[in-house]
Each structure stands twice: as C-alpha cells, then as structure tokens.
Design a protein. Structure first.
Length: 223
C-alpha cells in the first residue's frame, strides 16, 4: 500500500514482484532531487526529498488493543520480560529529531519523533554478554534483524508520536521502532517484541532479498 499526496492506493504488482525484479525497478528509478536541494549533503545517494510521509507496508494495517498490548523482551537474556502499555508509557519520554530514509528512494528530513529511548527500555532486561543481534517483532508476523550495536545507538527510540502528533496506525501506531541510520524497513511498525540473539538471522524482507544491514549511505538495498 502506497500513500502519495494524501491518497492511498494498493500496488499488488509490487507486492508480487521478485527481489530481482525489485532491484531492477529501483535501479531504473531516477532520483528527483537537484544538488541545490541538498546543500548539506544529508540525502543519501539515490534518494529524493519528500515532504509527505508515504505509507508502505506488507499487508493489512492491524488494529492494536492497548489493553492487550505488551512489549516482549526475550531470547538470549537472563529472564524474559513483558511490559504492558501502562508500564511502558510510564517510562521517561524523549524527543529525537532525525532524518528518515526509505529503500524505495524517498527521504524525509528533520522528523521529530517522541517516545521512549531504546536504552531506557533495555534497563529492564538483563541481556547476556554474548548477544550480538536482535530480531525485532511486530504485529502481522513482521520481523527484521539488527546488530545489537545498531539498536542501542543514541538516536534509536520506540516512537509513539511524529512531528507532535500521535503516530497513525498506517505509520505504525501505537508504536514503531525508529532506527534512523538504516533504511526504514528496519524501523519496524506495530512493534511488540525484541528477541536477543547470539547469531544473526534474516527477518521478513531480508529473507526476500533485502540487504542484511541496510545502510542508506552505502545504498545497501538488496543482498
């Protein structure tokens, strides 16, 4: 599902294409920015600037019941932990301004995300010392993998607001992970779990051919 200019439409052809077809399509797509539009060099190679917030998702938008929601912290830890929405919301709040880059080539600058810093959440779980990776889980059976070092960075948070407004369901509300330095598919929508791992494993899009890490500066779009 893609939103552009305030309208929403389904793109079944994109959902059915192979990873190889997707690579070819993205290679043919031409960035729509001019050098004068990016004087600070903040937009990564192959990206164009948008002021909209496009909607891209692999399936139907889930409706999340906050009374039943919990964030599960499990895997390679001393003891599994579950935080209810009430417990989670009581944690200290932060605002982080960062840029946001999608593998489909759009970039937004100076997004203001409000929520809970990742390091605040991780204070509540004892992660074993040999942990090197994390699998992020979201509603709709979505998963994406991250090195632990990328997860615990300064600008990573669980976001429930965007530019001062509650995060909409289409954009991952009530809660999405935001990892600004990686392509946006790593910033899982409707997040409800972190699984800590010793060894790396591919998530949903990574199994379909997306790059294991997804660094926009290196154009790590596909494996």
């Amino acid at each position: 599902m893609v939103e552009a200019g305030g309208s929403t439409r389904f793109c079944p052809g994109y959902m059915n294409e192979t990873p190889e077809d997707r690579v070819d399509r993205l290679k043919r797509a031409q960035p729509r920015r001019k050098p004068s539009e990016d004087p600070e060099g903040r937009i990564p190679p192959g990206q164009y600037l948008t002021e909209n917030f496009p909607v891209l998702t692999k399936g139907p938008t889930p409706s999340v019941n906050l009374e039943q929601w919990c964030l599960k912290l499990f895997g390679n830890v001393e003891t599994d932990v579950e935080l209810t929405w009430e417990e989670f919301s009581a944690l200290p709040q932060v605002e982080i301004v960062s840029d946001f880059h999608c593998v489909t080539r759009w970039s937004m600058l100076d997004c203001t995300w409000g929520g809970i810093h990742i390091r605040e959440v991780l204070k509540h779980v004892a992660i074993l010392s040999n942990t090197r990776y994390v699998m992020v889980h979201g509603y709709g059976h979505y998963t994406t993998n991250l090195p632990l070092a990328d997860l615990i960075d300064e600008d990573v948070l669980f976001a429930h607001t965007w530019n001062g407004e509650p995060l909409s369901k289409d954009h991952g509300g009530p809660l999405r992970l935001v990892v600004p330095k990686l392509y946006a598919w790593k910033s899982a929508k409707w997040v409800n779990g972190l699984e800590f791992m010793v060894y790396d494993q591919p998530g949903f899009w990574e199994q379909a051919g997306y790059h294991d890490r997804g660094d926009p500066r290196k154009e790590e779009r596909f494996s």
